[in-house]
Design a protein around this ligand. Structure first.
Ligand SMILES: [Zn+2]
Length: 301
């Protein structure tokens, strides 16, 4: 190549690079503003899930939850969930809340996630109370023929305190993938979605994995925001933990399970049962959701 031609090429290329940089900067700047107005994504439906419940009149399996000295997790979760529903609908414009349980009776896990998925929830927040299992200790009860006799006794462990955010473990498989296949909008129309609903199809697998990762990331982010609000209120926190949990494994949306406190810790139990305590918990969750919503509605991701 001749020097002249080379020079021309270099000039040409630099002009191109400059133009490219200029336009990409411009378009970046405009996408940034565009996303604020043009991105259609809005958080419209929040599923609030009150953990546990009483045995149903018709019978069947149920999950009574943990117990404190004088109160039950299933009652505390319902009280907090109902306050949370009212607060979200009052404080966050354009958002409706769907409750998975409104009566004292337990609702099966599958029904809870069906309610969430069928209502196309944008977020799923499950309310629970934590409790530590009893310790087992050996206790001397007497002597026989010069030997000490022991018995094993169960002793309550009151040492747990504060909040803990649980998000679903990434190792989740079958049921959640089915929920994603059923509820995620794969393809532009129902027919297309129907055609791609084959978990063995590599394209479906890629899309499902992308969704799983996206929901996992969003769940962790929401959990983090909620956790920060609890800490800001001065609550002790055990942070975030990933765990395999049926109710979270079956929901095809960002989901967080909030352990609002230890019901078998006397201080936490009083807090969880008090109006002030419940309102403080609800307030922290609403603030966290507001931040999450604002961010989610401003990004194109
Ligand atoms: Zn629970």
């Amino acid at each position: 190549m001749k020097i002249k031609a080379l020079k021309r090429l270099i000039y040409g290329l630099s002009a191109f690079v400059i133009c490219f940089l200029f336009f990409s900067f411009k378009s970046q700047a405009s996408t940034k503003t565009d996303t604020l107005v043009n991105n259609g994504f809005k958080i419209k439906t929040i599923i609030v899930d009150a953990g546990h419940g009483n045995k149903r009149p018709e019978g069947g399996r149920y999950s009574p939850g943990a117990e404190g000295a004088y109160s039950f997790e299933r009652n505390v979760t319902l009280a907090i969930a109902q306050k949370l529903q009212a607060a979200i609908e009052k404080d966050i414009e354009g958002v409706k809340v769907i409750m998975t349980r409104t009566t004292p009776y337990d609702v099966p896990f599958q029904t809870r996630s069906d309610i969430a998925n069928q209502n196309k929830g944008d977020l799923f927040i499950s309310i629970h109370c934590n409790a530590l299992p009893n310790h087992t200790v050996r206790e001397a009860v007497g002597h026989k023929k010069g030997k000490t006799i022991y018995r094993t006794v169960s002793v309550p462990d009151h040492s747990g305190r504060g909040v803990l955010m649980l998000v679903y473990d990434t190792k989740r498989t079958g049921p959640q993938i089915n929920a994603l296949l059923e509820n995620a909008e794969i393809g532009d129309n129902g027919q297309e979605a129907q055609q791609t609903k084959d978990a063995d199809d590599p394209i479906t697998t890629i899309m499902i994995n992308q969704l799983k990762n996206k929901y996992r990331k969003q769940s962790i982010h929401l959990a983090d925001l909620l956790n920060n609000e609890f800490i800001a209120d001065g609550r002790k926190s055990e942070g975030l933990r990933e765990q395999v949990l049926f109710v979270l494994d079956h929901t095809a949306m960002p989901s967080v399970l909030v352990e609002t406190g230890y019901i078998n810790n006397p201080t936490d139990e009083d807090f969880l049962n008090s109006e002030d305590g419940q309102n403080e918990i609800v307030d922290a969750i609403v603030r966290g959701i507001k931040t999450y919503k604002k961010e989610a509605e401003q990004t194109t991701e």
